[in-house]
Write a protein that binds this ligand. Structure first.
Ligand SMILES: [Fe+2]
Ligand SMILES: [Fe+2]
Length: 193
């Protein structure tokens, strides 16, 4: 599914199940960062008109996801906690070399976004299938569908703006790199950790 090379260890759901407040907090910040990523693509690459149009829609959608998760936190009588460092994201960023042409930088940012969306989608699917809390499971099922569309959109833009063969090679290398990163994760109550 989604091209990912290593499925999440199913035991990760057990860790999450015991820490619903932590996972919702981490998840809320993931949605906020997804909205920020879309804004920053608008700021950095204004001349890519069709990308901008999609990013405007995405900002709205991701911030509405942020609200949905925030509402879930409030419904359960909690208050949104502070954001924490995302170890997964830090490691994934190290895959991309600094510099390069403007197009290369755009492609890297699109592939990075596609990967985060793909892994989030895979984890939402696991939560939707395995959480004993059926209300929360249904919540994740709906979100899973949106994130799958985001993954294909980002990958589609990378293929459109870059050389198709080079982009596909880089995407494949990124997926292998990510599988290695994942081997040492899946042990924490965070969306990617
Ligand atoms: Fe989202
Ligand atoms: Fe998304």
């Amino acid at each position: 599914m989604l091209g990912l090379k290593l499925p999440t260890d199913p035991r990760w759901v057990n860790i999450v199940e015991k820490n619903i407040e932590d996972i919702l907090t981490d998840h809320a910040w993931c949605e906020q960062k997804a909205a920020s990523t879309a804004v920053s693509l608008i700021v950095s690459f204004p001349e890519y008109t069709d990308l901008i149009q999609e990013m405007i829609a995405l900002v709205k959608e991701e911030i509405s996801h942020f609200k949905m998760v925030h509402d879930k936190i409030l419904e359960r009588g909690w208050i949104l906690g502070r954001d924490r460092k995302d170890e997964y994201v830090a490691q994934i960023l190290s895959f991309f070399p600094k510099g390069g042409s403007r197009t290369t930088q755009l492609i890297h940012r699109l592939l990075y976004a596609a990967l985060i969306e793909a892994r989030s989608c895979e984890r939402f699917r696991l939560l939707s299938e395995q959480l004993e809390d059926r209300e929360l499971a249904e919540f994740y099922r709906k979100l899973m569908v949106s994130e799958a569309n985001h993954y294909t959109m980002f990958l589609g833009f990378a293929r459109k703006y870059g050389d198709r063969t080079e982009v596909d090679q880089k995407w494949n290398d990124l997926l292998s790199f990510e599988a290695d990163v994942m081997k040492n994760l899946s042990k924490h109550q965070s969306i990617h950790g």
